[in-house]
Design a protein around this ligand. Structure first.
Ligand code: LLP
Length: 421
């Protein structure tokens, strides 16, 4: 069930008409549906039913305090990748024992922060990181629970920039060296080995790479147990893809993904963690923009929006497709016109789509980008001195601004001019 539907000819977020939000906060803005966040969490809960598990929302996909607090209220844990995300999770009320700390470059300060504040586990990615964490924990008189992230050398068959489980990628330790690295971990003070971690990439639209990777994790579990390690927890990462292009084939469902998990690692008696981000927040959000101009070029028409690559970088960065729909429902059978849909930023890369068919658009018309709830607001910047755009959360017929648009002064006053200038 989709919570962004036309009602009486106007696109709504749940029961709120988007023009109503536009009138309140101006455009462009992000809007999130809490009912959709809840539903996506629930489909993973259903998919893992029967397994001892914790869903650790990958908050890098959308880390607004309201979104994290909503997820935590459903019972989600958090996957964090920086001191900033750890602070955000704690500030939203997530207890330390529901936070897993991932990432290839944790600093000693970040380790100390999490050890002090409480942590479920660190997912350690290298031998130098093992040494560093051991030193920090020992100095603090603490024990750090750890898994080691293994790199299974599996091609996730996704975009080059978001594949993470091949041997040429910077992530994890080569699975072939895992036994040796676990031996090192067990010998270091201040560490408690509790499991294995794997994450092979993002926006996977095929279950086979998961299946291959998880089988390797199952084999490794047996081998490590035979070596005398306690392996009681498996963190299987995130990565399940979402349908960005509705007219295209749909990626596998969480239920089918859950079956892969049960089939590959379900009988090991381990607690299972997963770290989904995009599947929870992606289709729970829209970016809504307004048309500044329709410009007739030499051989094409440009739809110039007030949103730009600084607000949503995915098309410029990954060539990503986002479905775009007019906020006023087109008449059935309305004629379609191809547009190049662009923003105002001064580079040609500021293009959301080329030759995309839409019903005729006019100045002032609102347009919604679908699937913009994940890796949208979090990856935005103020390039071209365009202030960060507001975020709004909807719940039934209510909405709240969950991040206000900064004023120009807010933006400028973050800088300081040295006295010598
Ligand atoms: N766990 C780890 C260790 C990760 O690195 C990631 C994503 C996730 C979980 C969550 O993956 P998800 O379920 O969201 O696929 N900015 C890119 C995506 C980068 C993903 C980075 N890691 C994009 O816009 O497509």
């Amino acid at each position: 069930m989709d919570h962004f539907l036309y009602k009486n000819g106007i696109l709504h977020a749940e029961d709120v008409a988007l023009p109503e939000i536009a009138a309140a906060v101006g455009t462009p803005f992000y809007v999130y549906s809490s009912a959709t966040l809840t539903r996506h969490f629930q489909v993973f809960e259903d998919a893992l039913a029967g397994l001892d598990h914790l869903i650790c929302y990958a908050m890098k996909s959308n880390s607004n305090q309201a979104v994290i607090a909503h997820m935590a209220s459903l019972g989600a844990g958090m996957d964090v990748v920086s001191g900033g995300e750890y602070h955000r999770a704690r500030a939203a009320g997530v207890p330390g024992d529901r936070i897993v700390f991932s990432g290839v470059g944790k600093t000693a300060e970040e380790m100390a922060l999490a050890l002090e504040g409480g942590i479920r586990q660190f997912n350690v990615e290298s031998e130098p990181e093992l040494q560093r964490l051991s030193q920090v924990a020992e100095r603090m008189g603490k024990t750090a629970p750890i898994t080691i992230r293994v790199n299974p050398d599996v091609d996730a068959r996704t975009h080059e920039k978001i594949a993470t489980g091949r041997k040429e990628d910077k992530f994890g330790i080569p699975i072939a060296r895992a036994r040796e690295v676990y031996r090192l971990a067990a010998s270091l003070p201040g560490l408690q080995v509790i499991g294995i971690d794997v994450h092979i990439g993002s926006q996977l639209t095929d279950l086979e790479p998961f299946e291959i990777a998880y089988k390797k994790v199952a084999e490794l579990t047996h081998a490590l147990r035979a070596d005398g390690h306690e392996i009681s927890r498996l963190d299987l990462g995130g990565g399940l893809g979402i349908p960005y292009e509705r007219s295209n084939t749909a990626p596998p469902l969480p239920l089918e993904y859950g079956e892969v998990i049960k089939r590959t690692v379900g009988d090991l008696g381990c607690e299972i963690e997963i770290e989904p981000g995009r599947l929870i927040s992606g289709n729970a959000g829209l970016l809504v923009a307004s048309t500044i101009y329709v410009k007739h070029g030499e051989d094409r028409d440009f739809l110039i929006l007030d949103a730009a690559m600084n607000d949503l970088i995915r098309p410029a960065m990954y060539g990503a497709w986002h479905d775009m729909v007019p906020v006023v429902e087109p008449a059935p059978g309305a004629e379609q016109t191809p547009y190049d849909i662009v923003g105002p930023v001064c580079e040609s890369g500021d293009t959301f789509a080329k030759q995309r068919n839409l019903p005729a658009m006019a100045e002032g018309d609102l347009i919604a980008f679908r699937s913009a709830g994940a890796y949208g607001a979090v990856m935005s910047s103020e390039y071209n001195s365009r202030p960060l755009i507001p975020e709004v959360m909807v719940n039934g017929d209510q909405f709240a601004v969950i991040r206000a648009r900064p004023s120009f002064d807010d933006m400028i006053n973050r800088d300081t001019i040295p006295t010598w200038v």
